[in-house]
Design a protein around this ligand. Structure first.
Ligand code: C2O
Ligand code: CU
Ligand code: CU
Length: 579
């Protein structure tokens, strides 16, 4: 459907306030609801699922080292809004149609609060997934200021829950960032880019089967599709919105919140973006770029200066092929994202700055002893002839857990992409750095042969990241320090159709008796230090699971955690009692 562009103003998600404090910790409640929301001037209101009844959900504004508590409540209907494929793992016919669990993407969070795919729950917590542990989640915010987001992560239906609207923003801030004098207040604006398709009556369209259908019968109906691409672009929940801006500098926090679509963003005025950060927070120095590529879940923190563009209408454009990088070019419609309308006058002088040094940054470099973990991205077909994407040739629930970094240690993960598309690979818990990429081929006995030089990451890929583009026929090398928490976390492709089928694996951070996260590591910037997570004071946490674990271990150091590592998903003993 062709909807008029730039006729609706860009909405800004509201900032959520706590309902109370529990032992001094702000406590929030967020209720998932089905609502009707106007997404475009000419479209009847659309049925969406929203956190607190809004799509996108309300924004969390948090402070570094100031923890919060959130109770996520499901008041959604019993039947899904979108076609649920019952042949997908986790969504079998005996499972509830509507299951939810919330993941804080980019957050340094204990496993029991991370939003494990099988920790789902249904309306009023009536049914709970096998890994469900508690109702109230604890977010320590013990990491550098960063643009995080929260979204649904229920096994086998993540693509549908997020598409229905279950996503929202979560910022961590601190005094240092504020002292930089970046554009702030109404000059700092989040832009969550998502693609959707609509029925003429305004309802969300999500395909119920692939097109063309594989020649296999019986074929599941509904069935997952290899990737979803919508014909309409939304920003902050509005179709092709416009934003009136003053002729001055703005800070945009750009998120790709789409299921599968990549964006290659430019400004029609030909201006550069001054990129100051990525998923994990601020760069050391600003980077000047004409174009920003964002795969699903990637974020860019950018400054755009409109001061020389008074009176102009500037379009944020997209040139990314779908699938990326070698699929179809965007249409006239999908090559436009939103419009900035630069007003003639300033309300007051622009006193903001983009300093040359933005933050302390520790570059991780492998040594001879750094473990290198070789991982593969593979394409297979399932029993219905459908594309089945895998990591290391394994699906989500195959045992054993093969990726097992030790707490406090640095590892290099190599991502050998043997498929034809780029996959945005995301690790929970950690922020990592991109070391390089390199072309490879496979010889007759299946060994990887590296060809050509190591290709350094793009200039705007040199900050902390939690999602990286693994390009076809390349190995992408990333490096991370794992920790400070131990336990099982997912890593997966963030193309949500891939994540659901079945490009997601658990990894486990193993306990390390020789590592005390509360002792500073030389060279680590204070903003990134694990030690800040030691301030977590469980006595004041107010969340049940912590107290439970506390009571069993907090006053008895000798009893702590030498138990079975294979079951350590529910291991959550406060590591700072280890010595
Ligand atoms: Cu944003 Cu595991 O995902
Ligand atoms: Cu995540
Ligand atoms: Cu993928």
């Amino acid at each position: 459907m062709a909807l008029a562009k730039f006729v609706d103003a860009l909405p800004l998600p509201s900032v959520i306030q706590p309902v109370e404090h529990r032992n001094g910790i702000p406590y929030f409640e967020v209720t998932m609801k089905q609502v009707n929301q106007p997404l475009h001037r000419d479209l009847p209101p659309t049925t969406v699922w929203g956190y607190n009844g809004t799509y996108p959900g309300p924004t969390f504004e948090t402070r570094r080292d100031h923890p919060i508590l959130v109770k996520w409540i499901n008041e959604l209907p019993f039947e899904h809004l979108l076609p649920v494929d019952r042949s997908i793992e986790g969504a079998e016919p005996n499972q509830p149609s509507v299951r939810t669990v919330v993941h804080l993407h980019g957050g340094r969070v204990r496993p029991e609060n991370d939003g494990f795919p099988e920790a789902w729950f249904t309306k009023d917590f009536k049914k709970r997934g096998p890994k469900f542990l508690h109702e109230v989640y604890y977010y320590p915010n013990c990491q550098r200021p960063a643009p995080l987001w929260y979204h649904d992560h229920a096994l086998g239906i993540t693509r549908l829950n997020v598409y229905a609207g279950l996503a929202g923003l979560y910022f961590i801030r601190d005094e240092h960032e504020e002292s930089l004098n970046l554009p702030s207040g109404k000059f700092e604006i989040p832009l969550v880019i998502q693609d959707r398709s609509f029925y003429p009556n305004g309802e969300l369209f999500y395909p119920s089967q692939p097109d063309p259908l594989p020649p296999v019968s019986p074929f599941p109906n509904p069935s997952i599709v290899p990737e979803f691409f919508g014909d309409t672009i939304l920003v902050n929940g509005k179709v092709w919105p416009y934003l009136e801006v003053e002729p001055r500098k703005y800070r945009f926090r750009i998120y790709n919140g789409s299921n599968a679509r990549f964006y290659q963003l430019q400004l029609s005025s030909g201006q550069t973006f001054v990129q100051i950060g990525s998923e994990g927070g601020l760069f050391e120095k600003p980077v000047y770029v004409n174009e920003i590529i964002l795969a699903p879940a990637e974020r860019a923190d950018v400054i755009v200066d409109f001061s020389k563009h008074k009176g102009q209408k500037i379009i944020l454009t997209n040139s990314a092929n779908a699938p990326f990088p070698d699929g179809d070019p965007p249409t006239e419609d999908t090559s436009q994202v939103m419009q900035f309308h630069v007003k003639k006058h300033l309300s007051h002088k622009d006193k903001s700055d983009v300093p040359d040094i933005l933050s302390c940054f520790e570059r991780l470099t492998p040594t001879q002893n750094t473990p290198i973990r070789q991982n593969t991205l593979n394409e297979e077909t399932d029993k219905f002839g459908r594309l089945l994407l895998l990591l290391n040739h394994m699906g989500w629930s195959e045992l054993p857990i093969t990726e097992t970094p030790v707490n406090g240690t640095i590892e290099v993960w190599e991502l050998y992409n043997q498929t034809v598309d780029t996959h945005p690979i995301h690790l929970h818990l950690v922020q990592f750095q991109v070391l390089n990429r390199q072309e490879f081929t496979v010889d007759q006995s299946g060994n990887f042969i590296l060809v050509g030089p190591e290709i350094p990451p793009d200039e705007n890929e040199r900050g902390w990241k939690d999602t990286v583009r693994a390009n076809p026929n390349q190995v992408t090398r990333i490096i991370a320090r794992f920790g400070p928490f131990t336990g099982i976390y997912p890593w997966h492709c963030h193309i949500l159709e891939h994540e659901d089928h079945d490009m997601m694996r658990p990894y486990e951070v193993l306990q390390n008796p020789n590592f005390n996260p509360c002792i500073p590591i030389p060279g680590v910037c204070p903003d990134d230090s694990f030690t800040q997570c030691c301030h977590e004071d469980n006595e004041h946490c107010g969340c049940k699971a912590h107290h439970d674990h506390d009571e069993s271990s907090s006053h008895d150091e000798s009893s702590s955690h030498h138990h079975d590592e294979s079951s350590s998903h529910d291991e959550s003993g406060p590591y700072y009692h280890q010595s």
